[in-house]
Write a protein of this length. Structure first.
Length: 263
């Protein structure tokens, strides 16, 4: 027997590793096993939670295009008084929409009475996606602007599919009614889209008294998945100001001065 072999045996010839473990050694072994099992269970649970969270944050199965419509009629709440405010660019301006938007922004103007956004929704595959609802979140309410409503009469009646939202209700509510001409067609939820079935409609968000900032959320379901798409103005809320209790003035722009409504 070599010296190395002797160091691995006791006087009675038994290997020391075959000795019964002391009570504290057995206890630590049991605790260690319990901790390992608990850690393993925790990792499995956390893994499942991460999978669930990943499912919730998957890319939605729809593409949503949003465009704020800044077109006729041009209606703004403008700070100050009409007598000291220059009229807007004329309707004959070559870049009318851009010029009027720039003019309003320089004066601190805000959409008056209503804001219109055009929405196009397309599915990313042939699988149908159900659009369940549209909801509006008012994210800010400010003091009314001390000023006047300035507007121009222009444009023709356009047939659109629309959703009309009343910000003066709490919470804001869809008012899906057409006008007397019958040219407007309400959008009724739910309905489906896919890569071959595209939906387009306009959202008219109106208020009489609120100076409101808001976003829209489009709720969808697809199989076992569900989610929502937020619609705003390139990352910032839309803003709409009620025109009640404010004087109203009209101008076609250019050299045409402001005239009180009805004059």
């Amino acid at each position: 027997m070599t010296e190395g072999d002797q160091s691995q045996t006791t006087r009675d010839g038994k290997n020391p590793t075959s000795r019964p473990k002391k009570w504290y050694q057995r206890t630590w072994t049991w605790i260690s096993s319990g901790l390992a099992a608990a850690v393993a269970a925790l990792l499995v649970t956390q893994g499942a939670n991460l999978i669930n969270k990943g499912t919730d944050t998957l890319s939605p199965p729809i593409d949503v295009s949003v465009r704020a419509v800044k077109d006729c009629p041009f209606t703004y709440v403008i700070p100050g008084d009409a007598g000291s405010t220059p009229p807007p660019p004329p309707l004959e301006a070559p870049n009318l929409v851009e010029e009027r938007e720039k003019w309003a922004a320089q004066l601190g103007g805000v959409d008056a009475d209503a804001t219109r956004i055009d929405v196009t929704v397309r599915g990313k595959s042939d699988d149908p996606v159900k659009l369940e609802d549209l909801q509006i979140d008012v994210v800010g309410r400010s003091e009314p602007i001390r000023g006047f409503v300035g507007y121009s009469i222009c444009g023709d009646v356009v047939e659109v599919r629309y959703i009309s939202i009343d910000l003066d209700r709490n919470p804001p509510a869809i008012v899906a009614t057409g006008d007397d001409s019958g040219t407007e067609k309400p959008v009724d939820f739910p309905y489906e889209v896919s890569s071959t079935e595209v939906e387009s409609f306009s959202i008219f968000v109106s208020t009489s008294t609120c100076n409101c900032e808001w976003r829209a959320r489009l709720l969808w379901t697809s199989g076992s998945r569900s989610g929502e798409v937020t619609m705003d103005d390139d990352g910032t809320p839309f803003r709409t100001h009620g025109g009640n209790n404010l004087p109203r003035f009209q101008s076609q722009g250019g050299k045409d001065p402001w005239k009180p409504e009805g004059s």
